[in-house]
Ligand binder design. Sequence first.
Ligand code: FAD
Length: 401
Amino acid sequence: MAIKFKGVDFIEFDTLLTDDERLVRDNTRKFIEENIVPIIELCNREGRFPKELIAPMGELGFYGASLEGYGCAGMSAVEYGLMTQELERGDSGVRSFVSVQSGLCMYPIYAFGSEEQKEKYLPKMAKGEILGCFGLTEPDAGSDPAGMQTIARRDGEQWTISGTKRWIGLASIADIAVIWAKTDEGVRGFLVPTSAPGFTATPIQPKLAMRASIQCEIHLDNVRLTEADRLPLATGLTAPLTCLDEARYGILWGVVGAARDSYQVALDYTLNRHQFNRPIASFQIAQQKLVNMVLEINKGLLVALHTGRLKDAGMLRPEQISFGKLNNVRMAIDIAREARTMLGGNGITLDYSPMRHANNLEAVRTYEGTDEIHTLIIGRAITDLPAFESGTVARRGCQVT
Ligand SMILES: Cc1cc2nc3c(=O)[nH]c(=O)nc-3n(C[C@H](O)[C@H](O)[C@H](O)COP(=O)(O)OP(=O)(O)OC[C@H]3O[C@@H](n4cnc5c(N)ncnc54)[C@H](O)[C@@H]3O)c2cc1C
């Protein structure tokens, strides 16, 4: 008799994890099942970010989880990855919120901030009492952030920033914005209070993806800052690109969660729905679709775990993050779409998650480096021939938002 595999796991994945890693995963899963799953379809329908979960997620240590000290959980890269996988099983918007707060806002303060800035912001950000956002992309500078036009001008100890940023996650509910701007000294990062005169953030609506999260256009109109608001160790475009590597790492784990949820929904549905007097799952074409999902999800998990082990060993290169992000997002969107087909007409209703995941993943394949940009990064690593001429690429062998 065939062995019945529980869920998607075909490779005894848990045997590759430590007790602590399994604990982080299981605790996050419990939170998502109890708090996100019951409300997420309604949030998606209403285009509402579930703000009521900000504090509870802070209590569980989700924000800045891989940072040490300052009230942060100090998780390993693998533990952090397992956490993001569970978050994105719930919804990409929830995982994205945690990624922005952690990898794109707390991380730059942690890596490039002064001790004073770290003490001021990180403990409160870890609890979710202060929310952050990360402003790099502009209306005319997306894949090539070196083309940014936001300018910061120094006048002694004072700075004035003007410009427009687009697609900035959480900006309308954030307390501070990490803003990247050109200066006479090169690209620099600033901690801009969103209450500062001249700062406005307007949500981009309507959207067909990431409906349970917020992205904004930011306008900075002569916003006045002091030298104490500048991230002192962030010099050049390498600084924001390093932050992006942190967030991309979370994505290559997270999207496996969206794929797993899509698979599980398709499996349950086709086991229970009968056509031609048999469960749909008994037909060969349905089984082939399910098998392909199991193959790809398990391979994606191994890529994520290996990438995490490299990161924990301090050996991870940006090209390897591109490899994981490109592969796993591609895998996840294919599975979400295939799962949708297996639900027939019901798959296009709001009652089932695969189409929500597929729509979200359309955005995920665009932000934190598009599929095309990650392809070019990997292509450059293989051939040593850059396919595009950006100064950013030349500097780092890496790119991009
Ligand atoms: C949901 C969401 C959340 C986001 N959150 C943030 C955030 O919090 N902070 C932030 O700063 N930004 C954020 N972004 C911005 C995101 O990083 C950019 O959308 C992304 O970098 C692509 O830029 P663009 O949209 O301007 O597209 P473009 O750069 O204009 O690209 C359009 C198309 O051209 C392709 N292309 C561009 N250059 C090349 C090339 N050399 N070769 C081949 N193809 C190329 C791209 O791959 C893409 O397919 C977010 C975006 C979205 C959708």
